[in-house]
Design a protein. Sequence first.
Length: 202
Amino acid sequence: MKDKRFLLIILIAGLLVKIICIFYIYNIGNTFGDSGDYDKTAMILLNEHRYPNEELSPNMRFIRPPLYPIFLYAVYLFSPQNYILVKILQSILMAISAFVLFSIAKQFFSKAVALIAAAVFSLHPYFIVASANLQNEPVFIFFSMFAVYFLVKFQSQRIRWGLLFLSGIFTGIGMLTKPSFIIFLPVAIVWLWVIKKEKNIF
């Protein structure tokens, strides 16, 4: 019971710090660099129902992964260019990710270590600032955490193929957010080979 209370305090503290940061620097980084590209792409999706291309958008060549602009588009459907709403949702995703990280760490280490991992993740300055900007890290971390979580559950429980399927789905979505997540595939293959040896499956 005490562990759950500590975890709840960590998650709430991390969320509150991120929300305070959002209102302190909410107007920074929305209209230039990667953030500007994501924002413009989401608005083109909203207003013209297409992705940017060189023929129709000569001043904007879209080279970003597609999922984060789609996330922004989904938010903008309800409130166009409401950056504060986007960042609050990103902060909530990061809080959920912290909980998932705790659940993963608990499978391999003590609850105390898992709590420390969740606290460091929740209060790390990089993740706080990432939540307060239009960047794909919060969405990517959310999906990648679940990709790992379902693979861990597949290993720790009796064989349930649905867990492996969910891990694959979240891995694919993670790669649509950040293509570099493809590096997780060889790790997952080796991991599955270890599971095969442990449980004599496949």
